[in-house]
Design a protein around this ligand. Structure first.
Ligand code: KG4
Ligand code: ZN
Length: 322
């Protein structure tokens, strides 16, 4: 079955096509340049831009996949969370397509899309598993007992992991997004040189906290530690913290498969640290970590049980996954 997935939750228009769980097209139109001069995403401009590019992107994705509209078996779109006007563009487009083609429609939670991106190259993996979502806006650890069922084990008490990378990068005079910049600079530094302490080291639960590391980084900058040493030691503390929580959850739940997604999943130090822990760790392939439509199609395909959602599914700015 051919599934099309559309994501217009924020400032990227994403259209992807999946065939039997395999990504065959993934087109993303980024609006970064459009919003840059305003210093942040302007919602009205984002919606307008989605409206202008969505048709062309769908055509290109269909041509990448070598199929026609009528070949599609399932139409999926992000229903939330996100910017309401932006969401409505993709969601309404998908519903219109489903109606016109007489094909089923599925509304997908944006985080559910991110989560399943880690399965793009692993169609054989089945629940139960753990899923860590670490991006610029989220740090959530879920237990997934069955397709479409999510139990939140823990989340961040303050900043998201990616947000901490971004803020510390700014302190060090590095560019945005900060994660890749810190990772690069960390290669020249000593991860043991600066005494960052690992957050919530003694907790029994599964929460995360990153704001203390951010404050500590500021202090270490003032004390005159070198930038590469701060980058390397900060990254080590973040990675240790994420790994500690995840390993504890794996031990307590008896689960040994872990999906990691969101921008921070691209961090090599994190990937290596988790691989050493003896878990089966799955990451999204390149291009599927950031917002895209293919992950929405993947999630819809995973959840598909022969029945579509009602076309009345609303767009929602805030909607919890679990
Ligand atoms: O999932 P994402 O692309 O966007 C959303 O937040 O929705 O995540 C972006 C975040 C940024 O904070 C960025 O600094 C971080 O992911 N990031 C990284 C790396 N690449 C991106 N953090 C650490 N190491 C990286 N290599
Ligand atoms: Zn996202």
């Amino acid at each position: 079955m051919w599934v099309i997935g559309i994501d217009t939750s924020c400032d990227d228009t994403g259209v992807g096509i999946v065939r039997d769980g395999k990504v065959v097209a993934n087109r993303v139109a980024s609006q970064t340049l459009l919003h840059q001069k305003f210093g942040g995403v302007v919602p009205e401009l984002a919606s307008r831009e989605h409206t202008q590019v969505i048709d062309g992107l769908v055509e290109r994705a269909l041509s990448d996949a070598g199929i026609r509209l009528s070949d599609l078996g399932l139409i999926a779109a992000t229903r939330g969370p996100g910017l309401i006007g932006a969401l409505l563009v993709g969601l309404s487009y998908a519903k219109g397509l489903a109606l016109a083609l007489g094909k089923p429609f599925v509304g997908v939670h944006h985080l559910e899309g991110h989560l399943y991106a880690a399965l793009a190259d692993h169609p054989e993996v089945e629940p139960p598993f753990l899923a860590l979502l670490a991006s610029g806006g989220h740090t959530h650890l879920f237990q997934v007992p069955a397709w479409g069922h999510y139990e939140l084990l823990g989340a961040t008490r303050d900043d998201a992991a990616g947000e901490a990378f971004d803020k510390v990068a700014r302190m060090l005079g590095l560019g945005y997004p900060g994660g890749p910049e810190i990772e690069k600079l960390a290669r020249e530094g000593d991860p043991k040189a600066v005494p960052f302490s690992v957050p919530l080291y003694d907790q029994v639960g599964y929460e995360f906290s990153f704001s203390g590391l951010k404050t500590a980084a500021q202090r270490f900058v003032e004390k005159g530690y070198t930038k590469p040493d701060i980058a390397a030691s900060f990254q080590r503390a973040v990675v240790d913290h994420l790994a500690n929580v995840v390993i504890r959850a794996a031990r307590d739940t008896g689960l040994s498969t872990l999906l990691v997604s969101g921008g921070v999943a691209a961090n090599r130090a994190l990937q290596e640290r988790l691989a050493e822990a003896g878990l089966r760790v799955l990451f999204p392939p390149p291009g599927l970590s950031t917002d895209n439509g293919a992950m929405i199609a993947l999630a819809a395909w995973r959840r598909w049980r022969g029945e579509g959602d009602s076309l009345a599914v609303p767009a929602a700015a805030y909607v919890p996954l679990a």
